[in-house]
Design a protein around this ligand. Structure first.
Ligand code: PXL
Length: 289
């Protein structure tokens, strides 16, 4: 099949409301010039932080998508997975990666498991075990601090030193992925900030981007963050530039939303900030640590 734009296989759920997963991944990567081919893991009325959500698990349908994609001889420039509808889907995604990922291809696994020290409502510890296996096949993984500690089987804590973070990122990378990007890392010195930290094993470098802490929680910011990272790497940006672009975009989204009297569960007002993805890269603030 001839390719005119870069294509990505995007393995995430579809939520009818809430700016998470595919409803964040598709608009962001499209705005960055990438054709998204969704492989939906589940269909929900709204994300799982809303009480009473409906949930259709697509585990049976997913292998049919993959079989048809093989018949169509589809080729992807990248594979990107996120929230899975059941632990057994980890094997389906692993098979997709085996079938479609060539040498040096970008494989991004966002191990969506939880936030603020807790698993998401629909998930149990068997998902953590399956995610540990799946990340072995990734090139880039993007856990938040909660997910990083779950994957490493460490108790949650919200105070971590730079030395601990370096050891944790190295340990996760040793299980397979070259690049580990950790979001929502709280820091208090020299002032209260939230950082994104990253480690690349192949270049043996650690990177950090810090921003002011904002006292608001919006579901889906992790999905939006990893989507921008993925689009940026597909455009050929370096890892620290990708980190800068993603942090700037999320901050802009939060700032665009924060000023309103608004239901934070509905996620950031993504549509207000999408055009910013077409702007040239801004001078950023990444640090080497
Ligand atoms: O943004 C992560 C996410 C993805 N998909 C579903 C979710 C959540 C977080 O709550 O519920 C269904």
């Amino acid at each position: 099949m001839q390719s005119h734009t870069k294509k990505i296989a995007a393995v995430h759920d579809l939520c009818g409301y809430g700016h998470v997963s595919l409803t964040a991944v598709i608009p962001i990567l499209s705005a960055m010039g990438v054709q998204v081919c969704p492989l939906p893991t589940a269909i929900l009325s709204a994300h799982t932080q809303y009480a009473g959500f409906s949930f259709l698990d697509l585990s049976k349908e997913m292998p049919r998508f993959i079989d048809h994609w093989k018949q169509l001889d589809m080729r992807f420039d990248a594979i990107y997975s996120g929230y899975l509808g059941s632990p057994s889907q980890a094997d389906i995604v692993a098979a997709l990666i085996d079938d479609f990922a060539g040498d040096g291809q970008l494989v991004v696994v966002d191990p969506v498991l939880g936030d603020n020290g807790k698993l998401y409502a629909s998930l149990h510890y068997d998902m953590v075990a399956e995610m540990r296996k799946l990340i072995q096949k990734a090139v880039v993984v993007t856990p938040n601090l909660t997910e990083l500690l779950l994957l490493l089987d460490k108790p949650y804590k919200n105070e971590v030193t730079a030395a601990e973070m370096k050891a944790y990122m190295r340990a996760l990378s040793e299980t397979g992925p070259d690049t580990v990007i950790v979001t929502s890392v709280p820091e208090t010195v020299p002032e209260r900030t939230t950082s994104v930290m990253a480690y690349s094993r192949s270049s043996n470098r650690f990177w950090k981007v810090s921003c002011a802490y904002l006292p608001a929680h919006y579901p889906g910011t992790g999905d939006a963050f990893t989507s921008v990272i993925t689009g940026s790497l597909m455009q050929g940006d370096s890892l620290p530039i990708a980190l800068d672009r993603a942090v700037q975009f999320i901050l802009m989204g939060i700032r665009a939303t924060f000023g309103y009297d608004y239901d934070n569960l509905a996620g950031i007002l993504l549509e207000r900030v999408l055009p910013a993805l077409q702007a040239p890269v801004q001078i950023g603030s990444y640090e080497y640590f």
